[in-house]
Design a protein around this ligand. Structure first.
Ligand code: ADP
Ligand code: ZN
Ligand code: ZN
Length: 703
């Protein structure tokens, strides 16, 4: 280091197994502002890095290498952005460099500083051109929005109901997190939009997070209709790398005032951020399931606190974590129990499947009373929706003579029968083979599908309802580009009588003419080891209910409210009681009481240590050693470590997966142990031959 040189600490992604070594030091002839994008040499490569706030100097004799270049064309990432990234790295036990770089668009890492300069010049020119055009059209008397394509014509906002108005005021006045507890159809989206409008009017940016963008095309078009003139952009994983960079840069440069995105957008750089909306805050999609396993909802709340700005968490069925925080007064709660326009809640009918003869169950997906209701609904010219959360034709094929079943050779799971192309497909590892003509085990020709998926449901309904227009929407039917949009618009246009689908169609869609919603095989998940199963099922059923009778005129046309039918083998389960009473609060109260007794979240904090290995023995041995190492640490005080157990699907693609639960009533105690555990875990890695990887999942959603 020349005496005149400045030391520059940077966050950079180190090769795997690099440990948590947080920042690397380089030199540069001039000082480099923290937050600047730079390129630095790492080994033989030149890599993207972010200049970071200086860490205390480390005394080492090695000569520091020089920063290769500084991207002067891109404004630095703000201190608030760096705080968010540093917090996420520490909380989710990842290296700062990994988190910082993965929070940036992948293309940003690939382009060099000259290419970045070219991009920012291009974006600035495009913006200047559109501003000139707007000014010109203003001069000739035409407005900016009138000049926009018809779909971007600014939409007038409706007058808020007093409930909505109060919600908007409360959100903006609070300055912290608000839990907007509002029934489906109560007008939450309208509240988000008008709160956003107020924030935009003050010259600030707005971030809207949704679970899955292609499942909510209506929200995107409503945002576009309202805010096109402000600059709306999207951030999600379905964008091409070039689009993602462009959209990210638009937010970072402040050109885009509204960003709509999925979980990864929580890291969007928005220098003038004024409001964060998290729609359907209970949705598990907000949790990243690999790499840094962050919760975008929780990070949104952190970001709000750190930047002193309002955050809205909206849901008809809040997560029990958020519900509890509202009870503790850490979140403000605003309730909107009424549906806009006075549409009534569907009447809930539980169908006790224990009373339906087996033979009838096998032949008919829908029990006779439900089938009658469906026919009546059709006769009135209404639409109906049948939900079955299992795609494919049948979950398994079996041989009647030798009991062979279509298991996957690489996973502890069945291969699913897809009749359309006569394939057997493993939904875990993707293995697809043709259906065998005869039993691979005994040669008998008598192999049969067992159980029912959406394809079979569609087939049975087609037979039972001659002439009805039936449409299936699931992950298989919407593979092609635009397939989901066109299927959904067919439903909206009224070209579909009966919509069959997985939970994909239960979310968010504003269907107007659904007189009946039926949920088949609802309780499959209730008795798994996952303590969140009832919470998930309740949310799904409430969401399904929300698809019915959204239009008061539909109710008026018939004598009674729309219907939600649920076929269940456990009609007395509290989930269904709460559903019938339409009472989330009662449901939450019983669930919270049970969780408190069992010492589960939100009363305790959890982390999972997961291990993937070539054999279950290796995975288990590693976890046991890890457990011993933790117990030897003073930080283990107040933390409980449970024995290692296999995952629900223990083998996937020939990898054995095990996990170990770590629990503490104190989040801080748990965090302290996790931080102290890091070094011993890294050290153990090399001692277990056959261990493929391990990962910590902090606040895991799937147990
Ligand atoms: P949620 O997001 O809670 O499901 P939405 O905001 O989508 O509810 O509102 C449900 C329906 O009511 C939508 O069609 C919406 O356009 C309409 N709506 C919402 N608020 C109002 C209002 N204040 N006046 C008139 N219509 C409204
Ligand atoms: Zn056989
Ligand atoms: Zn498989």
């Amino acid at each position: 280091m020349e005496p005149a040189d400045h030391r520059v600490d940077v966050a950079v992604e180190l090769p795997k197994h690099g440990g948590l070594a947080d920042l690397l030091s380089y030199t540069h002839p001039a000082a480099v502002e923290p937050g600047r994008l730079v390129q630095v040499p790492l080994g033989k490569r030149l890599v993207r890095a972010v200049a970071w706030d200086a860490s205390p100097p480390e005394p080492h004799g090695m000569a520091l290498r020089a920063v290769a270049s500084v991207a002067q064309s891109v404004p630095p990432l703000s201190p608030a952005w760096r705080r968010l990234v540093a917090f996420a790295a520490a909380y989710y036990q990842r290296s700062l460099g990994e988190l910082a770089l993965s929070a940036l668009p992948p293309r940003l890492r690939q382009l060099d500083d000259t290419q970045l300069a070219r991009l920012t010049t291009k974006l600035a020119a495009a913006r200047a051109a559109s501003a000139t055009k707007a000014a010109a059209s203003a001069a000739t008397g035409t407005t900016n929005t009138a000049d926009a394509p018809p779909e971007f014509q600014a939409e007038a906002s409706p007058t808020l109901t007093s409930e909505q108005h109060h919600a908007v005021q409360a959100i903006l006045a609070h300055g912290g997190a608000t839990l907007l507890f509002g029934a489906t159809g109560s007008g939450k989206t309208e509240v988000y939009l008008q709160a956003a409008q107020a924030v935009l009017d003050r010259g600030r940016q707005v971030l809207v997070l949704v679970p899955e963008i292609n499942l909510t095309p209506q929200l995107e078009s409503r945002l576009a209709a309202r805010f096109a003139a402000h600059g709306l952009t999207t951030l999600h994983s379905a964008l091409t790398p070039a689009q993602r960079l462009k959209h990210w840069m638009a937010a970072h440069l402040g050109h885009a005032r509204v960003v709509l995105g999925t979980r990864l957008a929580v890291f969007a750089s928005m220098p003038e951020l004024g409001l964060i909306v998290v729609d359907e805050e209970h949705d598990p999609s907000f949790k990243q399931q690999e790499g840094a396993r962050y919760s975008a909802r929780d990070l949104a709340v952190y970001r709000g606190q750190s930047e002193s700005l309002p955050v809205v968490l909206g849901s008809a069925t809040p997560s029990l974590e958020s519900w509890r925080r509202a009870q503790e007064g850490r979140y403000q709660r605003v309730d909107m129990p009424e549906r806009v326009g006075g549409a009534r809640w569907p009447k809930v009918r539980l169908l006790d499947m224990n009373k339906i003869p087996r033979e009838v169950q096998r032949q008919h997906a829908l029990a006779p009373p439900l089938m009658d209701a469906l026919r009546a609904c059709r006769a009135r010219g209404e639409q109906s929706l049948v939900l079955l959360n299992r795609r494919g034709y049948a979950p398994v094929l079996h041989c009647k003579s030798c009991a062979w079943k279509s298991d996957c050779p690489h996973c502890s799971a069945w291969r699913v029968f897809h009749k359309i192309d006569r394939s057997l497909r493993c939904h875990h590892c993707g293995l697809a083979t043709r259906v065998p003509k005869a039993c691979p085990s005994c040669g008998d020709m008598d192999i049969e599908p067992m159980g029912r998926g959406t394809q079979k449901l569609e087939e049975q309904l087609t037979l039972a309802l001659p002439g009805a227009r039936i449409k299936r929407i699931d992950a298989d039917s919407v593979r092609g580009k635009g397939a989901l949009e066109s299927s959904l618009s067919a439903v909206h246009e009224g070209d579909v009588d009966v919509l069959v689908g997985t939970q994909m169609v239960a979310k968010g869609h504003d269907f107007r003419r659904m007189g009946l919603v039926a949920v088949i095989d609802a309780d499959g998940s209730l008795f798994t080891s996952d303590f969140r199963a009832p919470e998930r099922l309740f949310a799904l059923l409430m969401q399904a209910a929300g698809r019915a009778g959204r239009d008061a005129t539909l109710d008026a046309a018939r004598d009674e409210a729309s219907e939600l039918w649920v076929q269940t083998w456990h009609p007395t389960h509290p989930v269904f009681e709460a559903l019938k009473a339409h009472d989330f609060e009662a449901f939450a109260a019983t669930q919270l009481a049970q969780r408190q007794l069992a010492g589960l979240p939100p009363w305790t904090s959890l982390a999972l240590l997961r291990a993937d290995a070539k054999s279950a023995d290796v995975a288990e041995a590693f976890l046991q050693a890890a457990s011993q190492a933790a117990l030897g640490l003073p930080e283990c005080e107040g933390v409980t470590i449970y024995p290692a157990v296999p995952l629900h699907v223990s083998k996937v693609a020939d990898v054995e997966r095990m996990q170990m639960l770590v629990e503490s009533p104190s989040r801080i105690a748990l965090q302290r142990l996790l931080a102290a555990w890091h070094a011993p875990l890294q050290a153990l890695r090399g001692q277990h031959k056959g261990l493929l990887r391990f990962a910590l999942d902090v606040d895991p959603l799937q147990i």
